[in-house]
Design a protein around this ligand. Structure first.
Ligand code: HEC
Ligand code: HEC
Ligand code: HEC
Ligand code: HEC
Length: 192
């Protein structure tokens, strides 16, 4: 392959070498531009405004929770909990999320009734994802090593110092519905 390219390059006359050089340079610049736009796009699709364009009801609900307003004034936005920080994981999640576009056009959750009916299934999928990554997104803000047990309530201390510390359970095993209303849990059997 390399040999072939070399021979090709040698065969080129001077002006066409210049032209080929130009094409290469443009390809390189184009690549840079694409890279920039790509990463900007990755950021733009992390904003709450972007998520709310399809998840309006959820955005309204969250205003009543501790992750929207609290005494410390630190907010968690959608992407803090749902999009991994690690670059490769982020790309993977974005590619998976592009299927949301398809479902958007299929209209799987575009009315209140449909959303209610499908909510359990979606919540379950998110719990599964967080169990698999040991609730990494929660841990980006809440670090076990810096939890001050003397500041926590007795129930919290009892469970954090046992099941959480030993790794038997992860955050979302015990903390469900901390940012959203819980779905109807009665037909949990039907979820997959
Ligand atoms: C183009 C519309 C659209 C946008 C924008 C969008 N979503 Fe979704 N999202 C959907 C649809 C539709 C579903 C339901 C998919 C289904 O029915 O299986 C969904 C499902 C979800 C789920 C459920 C779990 C799962 O794996 O399906 C989560 C969590 C989620 N979205 C988070 C977000 C976050 C966070 C953002 C912003 C970073 C966002 N979405 C932006 C349309 C969208
Ligand atoms: C962007 C940072 C951030 C992320 C991500 C985050 N949290 Fe929080 N969380 C906070 C802040 C800030 C508070 C309020 C702290 C305060 O005022 O004491 C809080 C409060 C809480 C509380 C206390 C609730 C109460 O009523 O006192 C729980 C439980 C909690 N978070 C669990 C979670 C779980 C589980 C996740 C992952 C699904 C998560 N958090 C993700 C920042 C975050
Ligand atoms: C084995 C169950 C369990 C696990 C796992 C667990 N928690 Fe908790 N957590 C609790 C209980 C129970 C409380 C007390 C809730 C209450 O009394 O309302 C609590 C309370 C909290 C509080 C509030 C503390 C206070 O006393 O004000 C925060 C913040 C919190 N958990 C974060 C987390 C995070 C982040 C993780 C994962 C790193 C996690 N928890 C894992 C059971 C658990
Ligand atoms: C503090 C972490 C946190 C924040 C912030 C957060 N979510 Fe979630 N989200 C979760 C968890 C955990 C679940 C799994 C279900 C549950 O426990 O409520 C979930 C579930 C979902 C689902 C599945 C359906 C459902 O209701 O369970 C969608 C869709 C979703 N989130 C979208 C969003 C959007 C849009 C935002 C921003 C407005 C957002 N989330 C902000 C933690 C968060």
């Amino acid at each position: 392959m390399i040999k072939l390219l070399k021979r090709f390059w040698q065969r080129l006359s001077r002006p066409s070498k210049a032209a080929a050089g130009l094409v290469l340079l443009m390809g390189f610049l184009g690549g840079l531009l694409f890279w920039g736009a790509f990463n900007t796009g990755m950021e733009a699709t992390n904003t709450e405004a972007f998520c709310s364009s399809c998840h309006e009801p959820i955005v309204k609900e969250i205003r009543e929770t501790i992750h929207y307003a609290n005494r410390s004034g630190v907010r968690a936005i959608c992407s803090d909990c749902h999009v991994p920080h690690d670059w490769t994981d982020k790309i993977v999640r974005k590619v998976q999320a592009s299927k949301e576009l398809v479902f958007h056009f299929l209209g799987t959750i575009d009315t209140e009734e449909k959303f209610k009916a499908r909510r359990g299934h979606l919540a379950h999928r998110e719990w599964q994802r967080m169990k698999e990554n040991n609730s990494q997104e929660c841990r980006n803000c809440h670090q076990f090593d810096y939890m001050d047990f003397s500041e926590q309530g007795p129930r919290a201390v009892r469970l954090h110092s046992t099941a959480l510390a030993s790794g038997d359970k992860t955050c979302v095993d015990c903390h469900k519905g901390i940012a959203h209303k819980l779905p109807d849990m009665s037909n949990i059997e039907g979820w997959h």
